[in-house]
Design a protein around this ligand. Structure first.
Ligand SMILES: NC(=O)c1ccc[n+]([C@@H]2O[C@H](COP(=O)([O-])OP(=O)(O)OC[C@H]3O[C@@H](n4cnc5c(N)ncnc54)[C@H](OP(=O)(O)O)[C@@H]3O)[C@@H](O)[C@H]2O)c1
Length: 376
């Protein structure tokens, strides 16, 4: 393999390792590192949890500390500051690494690593598999750019677009394998967010319950302006956050939630609606980098209306429920014309058990305008 191919190969491995950090590292990014000398992997590591060793330190430790003359492949630029752990750039220098290859530049660094490393005689290559590595830490990069947490909208509907029957019954629309994928998605997000009516209708637990659970359960967030949720609901209690109006946050019912372990915070409301930006501000203040919005339609509409969704994951079951009043993934008033709607791009379509899975990114505004120009 030539050098370019070798760099890509090991950076891809570093990205794969970084992925194992799941939702454990926030507000830090997921990072992976591989140390290689003469085509032999000396050690591998990834950032396992916030406050724990960084990927580089893990890889050096696994290599048994003698890594002189090796190349460090890292999915993110090594840090240069003292945080909860010493700077990784310094560690790489001290350990005698002779070359550093990293994928993405870290916008959170005051001092870029390149200059620091090169001054110490270490050769540096950056930007390898940049796009793939950016995807790994899309949430971290979005927060670092001042745009708030990364929002994923997840829904399961019938082929005719219903998320429940007109009776409100929604169990089960999607297949077991789709529900497992949706659960896996929970394990990669810091917070799971639903509206009060979904809690009342479905009584979901909003937890991650696969065999290899991350040690950190996502924060369970219920948006409940009128505080209509039953304090005994499964999604409430320890590890949950209810966002409600200022009026309701001081009531006896709010106190009951608090007594049972929930956090209840007040948000500003406008005509009874808590703006999505207000919700996201509260979550970011709690170190949340990524939010999985699981419905229902009324809750989703506020995020869609405000242009706060970044990507969507939709499961379509081979089922037709009908019912003009049956809920759909996105309710509310709706946009007044297709030209106003939320455009998606990078569509990925696959099968999930008997269902169809559609994943997509919300299109950047410029792209939508470009598309419109091309129309006759
Ligand atoms: N298949 C699926 O993937 C799926 C997923 C989720 C839900 N569902 C189904 O969807 C149905 C429920 O959806 P829904 O649209 O009726 O209700 P919803 O979105 O779950 O809840 C709406 C309620 O949440 C509160 N809320 C949400 N956003 C708010 C905001 N920005 N500001 C203030 N309050 C806010 C309000 O509660 P207050 O009344 O307290 O003000 C509002 O009445 C159920 O039948 C459920 O089974 C299906």
């Amino acid at each position: 393999m030539n050098r370019e191919k070798t760099d890509k190969y090991y950076i891809k491995r570093a990205i794969e390792l970084g992925r194992k950090g799941a939702n454990m590292t926030s507000p830090n990014p997921r990072v992976g590192c591989v140390l290689v000398k003469s085509s032999r992997v000396l050690g591998e590591g990834f950032h396992r949890r916030f406050g724990g060793a960084h990927a580089e330190a893990e890889a050096i430790r696994q290599a048994g500390d003698d890594v002189s003359g090796s190349t460090a492949y890292i999915s993110l630029e090594p840090c240069t500051h003292h945080g909860k752990t010493p700077p990784c750039a310094e560690l790489l220098m001290k350990s005698g690494v002779s070359r550093v290859v990293f994928a993405v530049e870290d916008p959170g660094l005051e001092t870029p690593a390149r200059g620091v490393l090169e001054k110490a005689g270490i050769s540096v290559t950056s930007g390898v598999c940049d796009e793939e590595a950016r995807e790994l830490i899309r949430d971290y990069l979005k927060v670092a750019s001042g745009e708030g947490p990364l929002i994923t909208l997840k829904a399961a509907s019938t082929l005719d677009g219903k998320t429940a029957a007109f009776t409100g019954k929604s169990r089960w629309i999607s297949s077991r394998s789709s529900r497992e994928s949706a659960m896996r998605l929970r394990g990669t997000h810091d917070a799971i967010l639903v509206g009060a009516k979904t809690v009342t209708a479905d009584n979901p637990r909003l937890t991650y319950r696969l065999e290899d659970p991350p040690a950190k359960q996502p924060l369970r967030v219920i948006i409940d302006g009128a505080l209509s949720t039953d304090p005994a609901a499964r999604a409430a209690g320890e590890g949950s956050l209810l966002i409600t109006s200022g009026k309701m946050a001081g009531t006896a019912k709010a106190e009951e939630f608090r007594r049972l372990g929930s956090k209840v915070v007040a948000a500003e409301t406008f005509g009874g609606v808590i703006p999505a930006a207000e919700i996201l501000g509260i979550l970011q203040g709690r170190g949340v980098l990524s939010v999985l919005v699981e419905g229902g339609g009324e809750t989703v509409w506020e995020f869609v209306r405000q242009g706060k969704i970044d990507r969507v994951v939709f499961f379509y079951a081979p089922l037709i429920l009908g019912g003009s009043g049956a809920p759909t993934p996105c309710g509310g008033k709706g946009f007044s014309s297709p030209a106003e709607g939320l455009n998606l791009e990078n569509l990925r379509v696959s099968h999930s058990g008997r269902d169809i899975l559609v994943e997509a990114d919300v299109a950047a505004l410029e792209k939508r305008e470009e598309e419109e120009c091309l129309q006759v």
